[in-house]
Each structure stands twice: as C-alpha cells, then as structure tokens.
Design a protein around this ligand. Structure first.
Ligand code: UT7
Length: 321
C-alpha cells in the first residue's frame, strides 16, 4: 500500500517576538483580556527582510535536514498561504529558487487557515498517483502585513511564521506510517465573516483582514468537532485511538471546546497558540514541528491534524507518524 509518509518537519519564526503588554502600548487592549479570551501571550512579527517566502524556505531547509533529504530530491512543492510575497508568481517558486531546486512542480494553495490541510490533500493525492516521489508541503504566512493595527478585535490575534514537512511515497503496509485519511470542506456562504477587504481583481489593493469573531468562533467549534469525527470514521478509528491532536491554533477556548465535544483529554492537545498566536496556514505544521522536536509526538503514534478558516474552509487528517 503506497502512502505518503512524513519523513521530516521544520519551522521558522520571525526574529521579533512581541508580548501582549508591548501591543497594549499602541492598541487599546490588555494582557489580561488577550490571555483570558484567547490564551495568546506572544506572537512573532516579520521584519522588513522577512517574508512569507523567506520564512517558508527556512522552515523547508529544516524539514529537509530532519528528513535527511537533499533539496534536489524534492519533485513537488505545495505551499499554502493567504499572504504570498507577490500576487504572482507563486511563493512556492520563490522557495524553490531559494532552495536551489532547478526543476520540480511548485504552486500555491489558498484556503487561509485550512490551507495546510488542503495542501496536504493535494500533495498526498499527487504522490499516491505515482507522479511524484517526494514533496515539500509548507504553510507560511505574514498576516502582520494585512492586519488593521487600529482594530483591536483582530490585530492582537495573529502572528507570522512557517511550518514545513517532507512527505515521501512509501510502501508502508496497513499498520505502517503515513497519511491515513483526509477530509476537507468549504462553505462559501460564510465568506463575509472572515475576509480581506481588497484584492487584485476588486480594489486593486492588498486590503486588510476583517472578521466577525463571535460568529467564526461558533462555526469553528461545530465544524471542527464534526470533521474530526468524520475523518476518524473514514480511518476506521475512534477518538480513543488518537495519541495527539494537532489543531489549528486560533484560540485556546476553541481548542478546549472542540476537545471536550469529542471527549478528548486536554493533555492530548498540542497547544502553541500562547507562543505564536494564530499563524493561519502555518499554525498546524508549526505546532507539529514543535511537538515532534520536543519529543511529545513519537514515531508510530496516531495523530489528527485539523483546521478551520476563512471561506469557510475546514478539514482534518489522520496520520500515523
Ligand atoms: O483562524 C480562523 C479562525 N478564527 C477564529 O477562530 C477566531 C474566532 N473568534 C475568536 O477567537 C473570538 O471570538 C475573539 C477572540 C475574536 C473575540 O472573543 P469574544 O469573547 O468573542 O469577545 P467579543 O468579540 O464578544 O468582545 C467582547 C468585548 C467587546 O466589548 P463590549 O462590546 O462587550 O464592550 C469588545 O469590544 O471585548 C472587547 N474587545 C477587546 N477588549 C480588549 C475585543 N477585542 C478586544 C481587545 N482588547 N483586543
């Protein structure tokens, strides 16, 4: 049975780390409010020389090193982002150039906070057809560039960063490592609850992020619990089989409420939102890399990845490490 196996992970964060107290010097907010409502304590914000592409390339280099894989062995790069370096070309091709890969397939996927799950599904499908042997799947964002820094209801919630994984085609057997199931959804009826008020084809500007947070919150808990259940059923598993949940890191209260709905103990949920805030498409691979490097997630374990974001888009994946 050919499966896509994760052979290495990596991540990268901008140098500048900003506390809630530092934000409160310029925005009408407080450390207490942000911690109580979201669980966020810090976020990293990109400096002038740090872009989605450079962060993605740094994360990719670390993933390649962890996989013991040379850049030239990669034949596919799928990069999830809502904050590309330019409208075109795809930031994936910038990463390709920075890694010195002369020829491979490289493109971006836009599904906002669910982007990494979408990119994973695309890359996994392309690997399982036999067309590709080894892929870099990357989630990378610089949301600080599209935040309205006058709007306290959104600007305190997001951070910048990148996470990357290397996946390889392997004949790993029924109980072996690999991506077991992925389920994705989108419901465009809600695309005005979380959006950017600009774009090349409408205003001709980049635009700024706008969100009706309360409504997003309610949909997130319902949709995430449902898609987790659905993906476990596809995989023939129950929540009791799962060693770790690696969720999209938007709000600690969403993580807690989703885990409670599924009867999953909080100790099985990887939490990085306190350190990184919401890094959109980067948050799942970033959290995965943190938990693999600190040796909570070990080889042979069953993990679920999940995310929900603008569109709405949402999805989950079951993976054996
Ligand atoms: O990644 C994509 C998915 N995104 C999400 O999942 C985000 C989902 N939404 C959320 O996480 C939460 O809804 C928020 C964190 C955005 C907001 O939390 P909330 O508990 O829903 O607060 P709220 O919007 O109901 O606001 C409560 C109060 C309001 O004041 P009034 O009207 O009660 O006087 C806000 O103006 O808190 C006020 N407020 C703030 N106060 C201090 C909103 N933002 C801030 C702030 N600092 N930064």
């Amino acid at each position: 049975m050919i499966r896509s196996v994760i052979t290495g992970t990596g991540s990268a964060l901008p140098v500048r780390r900003v506390s809630n107290a530092e934000l409160a010097e310029t925005v009408d907010t407080s450390d207490d409010w942000i911690v109580e409502r979201t669980g966020i304590r810090f976020r990293h914000l990109a400096g002038p020389d740090e872009t989605t592409g450079t962060l993605a390339a740094d994360a990719a280099r670390r993933a390649l090193a962890a996989a013991g894989c040379a850049a030239g062995e990669i034949d596919l790069i799928v990069l999830a982002t809502a904050t590309p370096d330019q409208t075109f070309p795809a930031t994936a091709t910038k990463v390709q150039a920075l890694l010195g890969i002369d020829d491979c397939v490289a493109f971006d996927v836009a599904a906002v906070c669910s982007g990494f799950l979408y990119a994973l599904q695309v890359a996994d499908s392309m690997i399982r057809t036999g067309a590709h042997a080894r892929a870099l799947v990357i989630g990378a964002e610089t949301f600080s560039r599209i935040l309205d820094w006058q709007d306290r209801t959104t600007c305190v919630l997001f951070g910048d960063g990148a996470g990357a994984i290397v996946i390889e085609a392997r004949d790993s057997g029924e109980e072996g490592p690999g991506i077991i199931a992925i389920k994705l959804h989108a419901d465009g009826r809600h695309n005005q609850l979380l959006y950017v008020d600009g774009g090349p084809s409408t205003t001709g500007t980049v635009g700024l992020l706008r969100m009706k947070g309360g409504e997003v919150f309610r949909h997130a808990v319902t949709n995430l619990a449902a898609v987790l259940e659905e993906t476990l059923v596809i995989a023939g598993l129950t929540s009791a089989d799962i060693d770790w949940v690696v969720p999209h890191q938007a709000n600690k209260r969403i993580l807690d409420a989703t885990a409670r709905k599924l009867g999953l103990p909080a100790e099985k949920v990887i939490v990085t939102v306190d350190q990184h805030a919401n890094t959109s498409a980067a948050s799942v691979p970033l959290a995965l890399d943190v938990a693999i490097r600190d040796q909570r997630i070990m080889p042979g374990q069953l993990i679920v990845l999940e995310a929900m974001g603008g569109g709405f888009t949402w999805g989950a994946a079951v993976v054996r490490t």
